[in-house]
Design a binder for this molecule. Structure first.
Ligand SMILES: Cc1ncc(COP(=O)(O)O)c(C=O)c1O
Length: 361
């Protein structure tokens, strides 16, 4: 007897940072770059209000949230598309633009999701080199072939935490053929305060060959609700809308996100908290001889080459004490862990456990 056979998909499966539900031990979760302080109380309130009408489908076009976003960032609401996480925007982009025989360029240490969706849609993934864990715009340009269809970038980047300067991004766009789509992921842009940085949305707002993405999963603390968005030309958004599933963002997510975007006070509190702890943790790690590049996000990529104990041992020992961080094996970054900046007491505990593990005072 023969059975139905699914298509063969040659792409790695995304392995998420271990969930609290899977590991009873993990009291402190610093593995998924979620927000330290959680969602704005105003967005929680909105979520609870929607609980009265769970029987209703959401507005499939998310008109209300798109209007809120366009008012906030001075955008054309018809050029905004909502996704079940920004993750879904990458999926829609790959679905609408890629076919077998296309090449996609991603930086060597970029967010895994880009390569997964590219491969799922038949493309070959080409990896550009990095200079000291920073995207090399020149190497991306060198890797372009006739087959190149999309270049994916996150700025700042996960898992390295580094950023590309505004002038380098503009240079990249100028050097890429105009029919190559540049996708720039602004997932962590709120944390960057450097003068030579600008979010993709600000730089490329009026470009016809750039898709910019943003998420409510990081600074807005709504990872569990799954909501993100993309901005691009009308032509691109129309194409993405053709492959977008209906009702892809739930009612609670739409309303909680709308409230979150309006609560700037809460946002600034989170930025202040994360940037303060970023400096503190960087210095504490330095004292422990754990190397880390300067991060402009809510996490640090730390390397254990200069200490006697390796990253997998540290991972296990931290997990034993209930602290979950992220292994970097899937990214191919050796002897390293990625640590999300958490609440103050969580960060203090992490530093103290780390000191114990490394036997330093
Ligand atoms: C660079 C980057 N982009 C996007 C995402 C995913 O965001 P979302 O939850 O909106 O799918 C992540 C999550 O880790 C990320 O690190």
């Amino acid at each position: 007897m023969t059975f139905p056979k699914p298509n063969k998909i040659v792409a790695e499966k995304y392995v998420a940072g271990m969930s609290l539900f899977k590991s009873k031990l993990a009291k402190i979760k610093l593995s998924a770059n979620e927000s330290a302080l959680g969602p704005s109380p105003k967005s929680k309130k909105e979520y609870l209000k929607v609980a009265k009408s769970f029987a209703r489908y959401p507005d499939s076009d998310g008109t209300f949230l798109r209007k809120t976003l366009s008012d906030k960032f001075k955008l054309d609401k018809n050029r905004i598309i909502l996704g079940s996480g920004s993750d879904q925007i990458f999926e829609l982009v790959c679905k609408s633009f890629l076919k077998k025989g296309d090449d996609v360029i991603v930086p060597k240490y970029s967010f895994i999701i880009y390569r997964i969706y590219s491969k799922m849609n038949g493309a070959k993934v080409i990896y550009s080199k990095e200079d000291n864990f920073t995207v090399s715009v020149n190497d991306i340009i060198n890797k372009v072939t006739k087959k190149t269809k999309i270049v994916f970038l996150a700025n700042p980047n996960n898992p390295t935490g580094t950023y590309i300067k505004k002038k380098d991004l503009l240079f990249l766009r100028k050097k890429l053929r105009s029919n190559i789509l540049l996708v720039v992921d602004d997932a962590y842009f709120e944390y960057v305060k450097q003068k030579d940085y600008l979010s993709a949305l600000k730089i490329f707002k009026n470009y016809k060959n750039v898709v910019m993405t943003r998420t409510f999963s990081k600074i807005y603390g709504l990872a569990g609700l799954r909501v993100g968005w993309g901005y691009a030309s009308k032509e691109i958004i129309n194409a993405l809308n053709k492959v977008k599933p209906p009702f892809n963002v739930s009612r609670p997510a739409l309303f909680a996100a709308s409230a979150a975007i309006k609560d700037s006070l809460w946002l600034n509190k989170e930025i202040k908290h994360v940037n303060k702890w970023n400096k503190k943790m960087f210095n504490e790690f330095k004292k422990m001889k754990i190397e880390t590049n300067k991060s402009y996000s809510n996490f640090l990529l730390v390397n254990f080459d200069r200490v006697k104990i390796n990253s997998s041992k540290v991972f296990k020992l931290l997990a034993k004490t209930g602290i979950l961080v992220r292994k970097m094996d899937v990214y191919g970054i050796k002897n390293s862990l990625r640590i999300t900046i958490g609440k103050s007491d969580e960060n203090r505990k992490l530093i103290s456990k780390m000191k114990k593990i490394l036997n330093v005072q």
